[in-house]
Write a protein that binds this ligand. Structure first.
Ligand code: SF4
Length: 424
């Protein structure tokens, strides 16, 4: 089950429960599966609503219902909402399903746990004997909080041994993710690597996924082929360091894609590191079908860049953008992320950074800062918020707490104005 989202804002930016589907893939043929994905926009309930239609690349809005703000976020002057299929849809779904023994639930953002708790409550009332298993970021990053969820098993990080023991099934790790469990699929996800060689002070990846490690490329190609055979049109890479060690990973993979004749639109929502975009790689990416390029930038201040991990410098971003343009990428499809509401915002020179990105002729996107426990920058926020309550990691709330509502809005408006001259 992929739970509904409780948040101020949510948008389908190629969101799929890839971790859970990968786990299910490993026991393909050894169990019967049914999927209930509350945020699947191709579910008939959402697919028939005009305002939820997908954009050119398969992104779009979710159905939502307004609800009251949780107590700890009551001072945030924005509507709190529940995104995804209505709660009553679960009962309709279960009417047509056989009884089940295990329920696997994907968790994503720590502060989305109310959706997870809703699912647990409903499963307990429909099928009290079913064993509930949680895995993902909430369980890994807010371990002691997740222990209160009432689940029967928590899978922390990426070690799946406790899961196989609990299920008494031997996995086949060569199997692709269980994408065929969707009745209708237009968007898929791939990962060629795990972890990241950098250690940015604001990021949870080193904690959750550890050191950088390439995956088996044959396996990744099998996953792509399955997605292609199922008619997926857009595939998002969920890698955190997709372009690292390019000779071993992205270059051979994309050459294989080009030679195979597979035509699919690739996207990079998790951000590419501009440092690794050479002329040849930019050309190969465009040739293989990359359509949108999200670049992790965060700030043009050299001091801030060095203090937070030196993952990329301003001139490297400028060179990467030139190379992408030369390769044929469109300005409106190249976006640089910058953090809004970072605790060292005084050093970040955000407004100047936004103008710098704009001067390169590409779009900027403000990525709201989330104080993630266990990261140096997240931990430094304990003086402003109670990190033991995952709702306080909410990324809409934190910039408002740090900067104030008006300043946060002013910067978002400025970003919109700058982007208007780049195109939609
Ligand atoms: S480079 Fe990106 S994924 Fe890696 S630690 Fe930094 S922010 Fe995280």
């Amino acid at each position: 089950m992929n739970p509904p989202i409780y948040d101020f804002a949510a948008y389908d930016f190629w969101l799929k429960p890839y971790g859970m589907l990968s786990v299910a893939g490993m026991i393909r043929g050894k169990a019967d599966f049914a999927l209930f994905d509350y945020i699947d926009r191709l579910n008939p309930f959402m697919a028939t609503q005009k305002q939820l239609e997908s954009d050119q690349w398969g992104r779009g809005m979710f159905y939502f219902e307004k609800i009251s703000n949780p107590d700890c976020l009551k001072d945030i002057p924005r509507y709190f909402r529940r995104f995804g299929l209505p709660r009553t849809e679960l009962a309709n779904f279960l009417k047509n399903e056989k009884s089940f023994v295990f329920v696997l639930i994907q968790t994503t953002m720590t502060y989305w746990y109310p959706g997870v708790y809703e699912v647990i409550e409903d499963i307990r009332s429909f099928s009290p004997e079913a064993k509930i298993i949680l895995g993902g970021n909430y369980v890994t990053l807010s371990r002691s909080h997740a222990e209160k969820s009432g689940a029967d098993l928590l899978i922390h990080g990426t070690n799946l041994e406790p899961l196989w023991k609990f299920l008494s099934i031997t996995p086949d790790q060569s199997q692709p993710a269980l994408w065929e469990v969707y009745k209708d699929l237009k968007t898929g996800v791939l990962k060629l690597t795990d972890g990241c060689p950098f250690n940015c002070t604001y990021c949870s990846v080193p904690k959750v996924y550890g050191k950088f490690k390439p995956r088996n490329l044959e396996h990744a190609f099998d996953e792509l082929k399955l997605l292609y055979d199922l008619s997926a049109e857009n595939v998002a890479f969920y890698d955190d360091a997709l372009l690292f060690e390019p000779e071993k990973v992205i270059i051979p993979f994309l050459k294989k894609v080009v030679n195979s004749g597979i035509k699919i639109n690739f996207h990079t929502p998790n951000a590419l590191n501009a440092r690794f975009i050479t002329n040849d790689l930019a050309k190969l990416m465009v040739q293989a079908g990359f359509k949108t390029f999200y670049l992790g930038f965060e700030s043009a201040s050299t001091k801030w860049q060095k203090q937070t991990g030196s993952k990329v410098f301003s001139q490297e971003l400028a060179h990467a953008v030139e190379r992408l343009f030369d390769a044929g990428a469109e300005a409106k499809n190249i976006t640089a992320y910058q953090i809004l509401g970072h605790p060292q915002g005084d050093m970040q020179e955000l407004e100047e950074s936004m103008h710098f990105v704009h001067s390169l002729g590409i779009r900027g996107m403000l990525a709201d800062f989330s104080p993630i426990p266990g990261t140096p920058d997240g931990e430094s926020c304990r003086r402003w918020v109670n990190l033991d309550e995952p709702l306080m990691h909410n990324k809409t709330a934190f910039p408002i707490i740090m900067l104030g509502f008006n300043e946060s809005n002013r910067l978002k408006d400025l970003q919109r104005q700058l982007n208007r001259t780049i195109g939609n």
